[in-house]
Design a binder for this molecule. Sequence first.
Ligand SMILES: [Zn+2]
Ligand SMILES: [Zn+2]
Length: 342
Amino acid sequence: MKAIVKYKKGVKAVRIEDVPVPEPKAGEVRIKIKAAGICGTDLHIYHEDGYPTNPPVILGHEVSGVIDSLGEGVDGYSVGERVTTETFYHTCGRCYYCKTGKNNLCIERLSIGSGVNGGFAEYLVVPAKNLHRIPENISFEEAAMIEPLAVCVQAVLEKSKIMPGDNVVITGPGSIGLICLQLVKSAGAQCIVIGTNKDKDRLNLAQQLGADIIMSSSDNNLTESIIKHCNNIGADVVLECSGSGAAANMSLDIIKKGGMYTQVGLAGSPISMDIDKLTLKEVVFTGTFAHKWQSWERAIKLLSNGTIKLKPLISDVMPLDRWEEAFDKALNGIGIKYLLTP
Ligand SMILES: [Zn+2]
Ligand SMILES: [Zn+2]
């Protein structure tokens, strides 16, 4: 089968290869892939800027498809069912984090698309216990984006404390920022979305998806104007989705005293921040990594009942052999979400 493989460590060491179709072991299923999303993480891996991988490994962790074969002892699922899968392949079940219900932080966690083979391929093998069924009214394309939606459900609804009427600021109008925006609006908060002057189209889409105010980081008096829109004291919550140092520092300036800062985006390399501002303003600062079972179930409900719209974020669906073009577009900030299909 065709697969997009990170074949060794190193910048851009990625190519399309012909590899054997994997066989499901006991407790596993094989999924015939219908769609797989290109994520910021794939771009970090492409650029070898610090995200850990085990090459040679097939990339891709945002997938949807149909069960095509069952390993020994799998029950509760049958061939032909439409499914998506959580991104971890292995967690130990024994470590402190697994025991306390945080398997996203398991010390042995191995994820598909980086630690083990992922979904930029015709077939993918995963443990049956990681599957979630796709409701009838969700397309395969949308279902491939349940993973980033689950990331945002954890970031916005589980990690951040957002109350109806709060002023929330999102920096970075990429797919994660635009999904977070919709969750913030569903929670009844006001939402300001900030991008750079390269993000004109993304900011317009943010407005269509419910942003109350959109701004560019190059606007004059940006901080003053954001604070003014946030009851003249600053944002209750900032969701930093860009991973840029400039956005992180601006966030510390526009957050209110006692406000909450959630770092959602990855920077890829160290950035410098004035941490005195955290102390002097008593900011509550948190990170958020991946998702847990409950984030997935809530994500699927919110997509199925129409609260969250993912179709407007899909820029193009391309065959696997055009992966390089899709990666380049995503890297250059053209469009929002690219999906690959075998
Ligand atoms: Zn992802
Ligand atoms: Zn563990």
